[in-house]
Design a protein around this ligand. Structure first.
Ligand SMILES: Cc1cc2nc3c(=O)[nH]c(=O)nc-3n(C[C@H](O)[C@H](O)[C@H](O)COP(=O)(O)OP(=O)(O)OC[C@H]3O[C@@H](n4cnc5c(N)ncnc54)[C@H](O)[C@@H]3O)c2cc1C
Length: 261
């Protein structure tokens, strides 16, 4: 690990100011960033910890019914407090292990946008809004490929707003060593249609499976899930081939619909 200074502001405004300095980087729960630093794959001169910013923590229901989650809220807190959105609470409760869940944050997960992470599927399937210190970004515009997002340098995810569907479920086929998703599918049924988001499978990161969305919007049943997509463009690695992952997309979607029903 290269040496760095650390700052621990107590407000979003102070964090933004601290991130204005050269080569400063936000630190959430450190579950991804600290191992990266240990491997000397990043060398920020300043880490700006977001862990003391009270305004970025907590779960509450907004007047319009959406669930608001502070960007610095840990997975464990979401699992415990997002009871009005059971599928989301269950997803958070199955991330990694207790140590990861007690430190890792929703803002860190969405900023990192790991192609096998769970929260990106929830945000995309729910049509969530990613709120930063500067703007509000619809999930459909936020995810821009593997580890790529719409965030600008120094921009902080302060909050995520989730519309709560009538029915929803997340099913992941776990990579057993890490519990990341080999393939994970989040299905959300709203009054005006169904959204289906897939993580872990595509070389382009999380994506919406439009054929399944159209079929399930007409008939919300596991039997209506279309044939699995092609393995072209799917991740192929030591854990599974692209064709295997494509097959899992179909299987996990059926299981998610069955669980939501
Ligand atoms: C053993 C293990 C198992 C895991 N299993 C899973 C799993 O099953 N499913 C899953 O989804 N994830 C899993 N993870 C990842 C975990 O969810 C991490 O918490 C997450 O990827 C990063 O969140 P963090 O708060 O720790 O961010 P950090 O590691 O602190 O930061 C990650 C990146 O996000 C940036 N950042 C952090 N917070 C913000 C913010 N609020 N705004 C803008 N940028 C920010 C940082 O600068 C950095 O670039 C696992 C991790 C480990 C170590």
């Amino acid at each position: 690990m290269y040496s760095f200074d650390i700052q621990r502001p107590t407000s979003v405004a102070d964090a933004v100011a601290a991130l204005g300095t050269d080569e400063a980087q936000p630190l959430g729960g450190g579950q991804t960033l600290i191992p990266t630093l240990k491997q000397r794959l990043a060398a920020p001169s300043v880490l700006v910890s977001l862990s003391a910013i009270a305004e970025m923590k907590g779960v509450c229901t907004m007047d319009d019914g959406r669930l608001s989650i502070g960007g610095g809220t840990t997975h464990a807190t979401v699992a415990a407090e997002a009871s009005s959105y059971p599928a989301l609470a269950a997803l958070a409760g199955n991330i990694g292990d207790p140590a990861v869940r007690s430190r890792g944050t929703i803002g860190g997960s969405l900023a990192n946008n790991d192609p096998s992470a769970c929260y990106p599927a929830a945000a995309l399937a729910s049509g969530a809004t990613i709120v930063t210190n500067a703007r509000e970004i619809p999930a459909d515009d936020y995810f821009q490929g593997m580890f790529a997002t719409a965030l600008d340098e120094g921009e902080i995810i302060t909050e995520v707003r989730f519309p709560v569907p009538e029915k929803g479920a997340y099913m992941k086929f776990e990579q057993p060593a890490s519990r990341f998703a080999l393939v994970g599918v989040f299905v959300a049924k709203f009054s005006d249609g169904v959204r289906v988001a897939v993580t872990g499978a595509s070389e382009d990161g999380v994506f919406r499976w439009s054929e399944a969305e159209a079929a399930l919007s007409s008939n919300f049943s596991a039997d209506a899930v279309p044939a699995a997509p092609s393995g072209d463009g799917m991740i192929s690695d030591l854990h599974g081939s692209g064709a295997y992952r494509a097959h899992l997309v179909g299987v996990m979607t059926k299981r998610a619909v069955a669980a939501a029903s």
